[in-house]
Design a protein around this ligand. Structure first.
Ligand SMILES: Nc1ncnc2c1ncn2[C@@H]1O[C@H](COP(=O)(O)OP(=O)(O)OP(=O)(O)O)[C@@H](O)[C@H]1O
Ligand SMILES: [Mg+2]
Length: 645
C-alpha cells in the first residue's frame, strides 16, 4: 500500500518519530507488517461504485450518517502504537464549522499566514469541475508553498509548525474547512528552497474513502523534483506505488490525465499553493449551499438569505449594514475579517479585490478604553485597547455588539451582550483585539476560560458605561431621567473603580468606590446595584457626561481607595468575582428598569388608545341618544297629528 495514512498524534515531540514511521509506511508496500499479512482494501473503486457517482447524501449535515461496516481490528494490523483515523472522523471533525463562511476563512487564514513568506495575494473563485462541470471552489496563493513533507503535515491532523504570531495554531483548519465545504479537495503546491524546487499533489477525498470502503484515512499524494521546465517524479518506494497514487488521483480528482494535472502548476509561479474543493455540499433542498449566481463578484450563503425572506417586517437600514450583510455575503465578511489593513497583500474574490473595512470608521462619539486583564503573576502584563462608539446611524439603526479579534483575525463579529428587547446599549459598537485568550477550534468563538469570562464582563461593563454617559447624544434621555431618580457617578470615575479591581498588581477590593462610600465594610453585601447603594449618600448628577466627543478616555488604575480598605480584602479572585457579580446585577437592574420603562410606555399608549375609544363610544352614544330623542319626538308629533285628524 503506497498511499499515505493521516496520523492522529499531534505532539511536536513525537513528530520526528511519526515522520520516520510514515516514511517506513510509504516505503513499505504493505500497511501491515510482514508477520501478519493482511490484504489491503482495493484503492480503486469497487465494481459497485464509480468516481463519477457522487455520494448518496450531498448535504453536509447528513454526510456522516452511514454504516461503518466491518473494521479491521487493531491487533490484526499489528499497529498497537498507532492510532488510526476513520474517514467518518473527517466529517465529524468538520462539523466544528457550523457556518460555511467560517470554513472559507480558515483557508484564507492559511494564505494570510504566508504573507511572512512573501505572499501577495490569495484568490478565491468559482471554477467548473472539468469532469462533471459542477461548480468547485478555488483558493490560490503565491505564498511559500509546501514541500513534500509539509504537504503531508497539511493533510494530517494536529500538526502546525507556525510561529506564535500567526493565525493558524491547531493544525486542523485545512481539514475541517475543506471537508465542511465539499466532499473532496485536491491540493497543488510548489516550493523553492535554494537550488531545490519541488511540487506536490495531494488528494483528500471523502468520496474516494467512502466509495472504496476505507477504514483509515488514505491520502494519495505524488511529488516531483523540479529543475527548469522539467519535473521528475520523486519515488519513495517503487514505481508501482507512485503509479498507484497517480491512478487514484486521476480517478477521484477532477482531472483525467497527467497533462491536465501538470497544467495546474502552470499559473502557480515559482512558489505557491492551489486548493480545489469539489463536490460542494448541497442544502436540504438539493441546491448548492453557496450561491454563486446572485452576484457574480460575491459568494452568498443561500439559506441565510432565505431565512430572512420570511421576516414580516423589513428594516432596510439594518439590511444594508455590515453586521447584517456578513451573515450571507462573503465579500462583506472578508472585508472585516482582518483588523489591520494589509500593506502588500490582496484578497481577490471572484476577480475583484476585497476592500478592507474598519468597523471603527463607522462609529461616532468614538472613545478608546484601556484596561489590563489580570493574567496572573507569572505572565507579562498586557494592555488591551478597546474602541467604542455609536454606529453613525444610531438611534435609527438598532445594531450593537463588540467585534473581538485575535491576532488580527475576527473571531466574534458584533457580539451582542445586551438584551434584545431593551433599547439599553442600542447602537453601541466596539472593537478590540484580545490576544491573551485562545480562540476555539472553529475560530468563531473563544475558549471559555476565566480570562474570557472576565473579558465578557468587562465588555458588558464598557457598553453599559458608554451608553449611560452618551445615550443623550443620540437623543435618548431616558437614562437621564433615571439618573435623576437614582444618581450615578460620571463614567470616567465609574470605569476607574472597575479598573482598580482589574489592575494586575494591586490587591483587589470587591466593591466599587461609590458603594464603599455608601456602606461600611462590615455590613453584609447584598448585591445591590452600585448606584442604588450610593443613593443615600450622593447626589452628583452629571448634567454633561464627560468625554463626549472623539477624545480618549484612557482608564488607568486610580488610587482613590480609602486608606486601609485593601487590608480588609484577602484574595483578589473573590473580590474580582464579587465586582463582576455586582456589575452584572447592576446591568441586569438597569435592563429590567428599561424593560419596565418600555412596558410603561406601552401601557400608557394602550390607556390613551382606550381613552380615545371610550371618548368615541361616548360621542356615538350621545349621538344615538339624541337621534332616539328626535325619533321619539317625531313619533309623538305624528300621534298627536293623527288624533287631531
Ligand atoms: N496555503 C498554504 N500555503 C502554505 N502552507 C500551507 C497552506 N495551507 C496549509 N499549509 C500548511 O499546512 C499546515 C496545516 O494547515 P492547517 O490549516 O490545517 O493548520 P494551521 O494553519 O497550522 O492551524 P489551524 O488549525 O489553527 O488553522 C499549516 O501549518 C501549513 O504548514
Ligand atoms: Mg490554518
Amino acid at each position: 500500500m503506497s498511499s499515505n495514512i493521516v496520523d492522529l498524534a499531534s505532539s511536536e515531540d513525537e513528530e520526528h518519530e511519526n515522520q520516520t514511521r510514515r516514511k517506513k509506511k510509504t516505503t513499505n508496500n504493505n500497511k501491515t507488517p510482514a508477520s501478519e499479512p493482511e490484504p489491503e482494501p482495493p484503492l480503486q473503486s469497487n465494481s459497485n461504485s464509480s468516481s463519477n457517482q457522487p455520494l448518496e447524501f450531498r448535504s453536509f449535515w447528513k454526510a456522516g450518517a452511514y454504516d461503518v461496516g466491518s473494521t479491521k481490528s487493531i491487533h490484526e494490523q499489528g499497529q498497537l502504537e498507532h492510532a488510526r483515523v476513520h474517514p467518518k472522523f473527517l466529517h465529524s471533525n468538520a462539523t466544528s464549522h457550523k457556518w460555511a463562511f467560517g470554513a472559507i476563512a480558515e483557508l484564507l487564514d492559511n494564505a494570510v499566514d504566508e504573507v511572512c513568506k512573501g505572499a501577495t495575494f490569495v484568490k478565491l473563485d468559482k471554477i467548473s469541475n472539468p469532469k462533471d462541470h459542477n461548480p468547485a471552489l478555488l483558493f490560490q496563493d503565491d505564498g511559500g508553498g509546501m514541500d513534500p513533507e509539509s504537504m503531508r503535515l497539511c493533510m494530517s491532523l494536529g500538526y502546525s509548525k507556525k510561529a506564535a504570531n500567526t493565525i493558524g495554531r491547531y493544525g486542523n483548519g485545512f481539514k475541517t474547512s475543506t471537508m465542511r465545504l465539499g466532499a473532496d479537495v485536491i491540493v497543488f503546491s510548489r516550493k523553492s528552497q535554494g537550488s531545490r524546487a519541488t511540487q506536490s499533489i495531494g488528494l483528500l477525498s471523502y468520496t474516494f474513502l467512502r466509495k472504496t470502503g476505507q477504514d483509515d484515512v488514505i491520502v494519495p499524494m505524488i511529488d516531483f523534483e523540479v529543475s527548469g521546465d522539467r519535473s521528475q517524479p520523486i519515488m519513495y518506494s517503487s514505481l508501482d506505488d507512485w503509479s498507484n497514487n497517480l491512478r487514484n488521483i486521476l480517478e477521484w480528482s477532477p482531472f483525467t490525465s497527467d497533462q491536465e494535472l501538470m497544467q495546474q502548476f502552470e499559473d502557480i509561479g515559482p512558489h505557491g499553493t492551489k486548493i480545489i474543493v469539489y463536490n460542494l455540499w448541497l442544502n436540504d433542498d438539493g441546491l448548492l449551499e453557496l450561491d454563486f449566481d446572485h452576484d457574480e463578484e460575491d459568494i452568498r450563503l443561500r439559506d441565510e438569505v432565505n431565512l430572512d425572506k420570511s421576516l414580516k417586517k423589513r428594516d432596510r437600514l439594518l439590511e444594508s449594514h455590515i453586521s447584517y450583510q456578513i451573515r450571507f455575503s462573503l465579500r462583506a465578511y472578508v472585508s472585516i475579517l482582518y483588523l489591520r489593513k494589509f500593506k502588500n497583500f490582496n484578497i481577490i474574490l471572484r476577480g475583484k479585490p476585497v476592500l478592507q473595512h474598519h468597523i471603527v470608521d463607522d462609529l461616532k462619539y468614538l472613545e478608546e478604553i484601556t484596561y489590563r486583564p489580570q493574567l496572573g503573576k507569572a505572565s507579562k502584563e498586557v494592555t488591551v485597547r478597546a474602541e467604542i462608539g455609536f454606529v453613525k446611524e444610531a438611534p435609527l439603526l438598532r445594531v450593537s455588539g463588540f467585534n473581538v479579534y485575535h491576532k488580527n483575525r475576527l473571531i466574534r463579529p458584533f457580539w451582542k451582550l445586551t438584551s434584545d428587547n431593551s433599547s439599553y446599549g442600542s447602537g453601541v459598537v466596539g472593537v478590540l483585539e484580545a490576544n491573551f485568550i485562545e480562540p476555539a477550534h472553529d475560530k468563531q468563538d473563544f475558549e471559555r476560560s476565566t480570562l474570557f469570562l472576565r473579558l465578557e464582563m468587562r465588555i458588558k461593563q464598557m457598553c453599559h458605561d458608554f451608553w449611560k454617559c452618551h445615550c443623550h447624544l443620540i437623543g435618548n434621555y431616558s437614562i437621564i431621567r433615571q439618573q435623576k431618580k437614582f444618581p450615578i457617578q460620571p463614567c470616567g470615575e465609574f470605569a476607574a473603580n472597575l479598573q482598580r479591581e482589574f489592575s494586575a498588581d494591586q490587591p483587589v477590593i470587591g466593591l466599587s468606590a461609590n458603594m464603599q462610600q455608601g456602606m461600611h465594610l462590615d455590613q453584609p453585601v447584598v448585591g445591590l446595584a452600585t448606584n442604588v447603594q450610593s443613593m443615600s449618600n450622593r447626589n452628583t448628577v452629571p448634567d454633561q457626561p464627560s468625554n463626549m466627543s472623539r477624545n480618549t478616555s484612557s482608564v488607568q488604575p486610580s488610587s482613590r481607595l480609602p486608606a486601609g480598605v485593601n487590608k480588609d480584602v484577602s484574595g483578589d479572585t473573590s473580590g474580582s468575582a464579587l465586582v463582576d457579580q455586582i456589575c452584572e446585577e447592576n446591568i441586569q437592574l438597569f435592563m429590567r428598569c428599561e424593560e419596565h420603562r418600555q412596558k410603561e410606555i406601552g401601557l400608557k399608549q394602550t390607556i390613551e388608545e382606550l381613552e380615545r375609544e371610550l371618548e368615541e363610544m361616548k360621542r356615538k352614544c350621545s349621538q344615538l341618544s339624541s337621534n332616539l330623542e328626535i325619533q321619539r319626538k317625531l313619533k309623538a308629533i305624528g300621534q298627536q297629528n293623527g288624533k287631531a285628524r
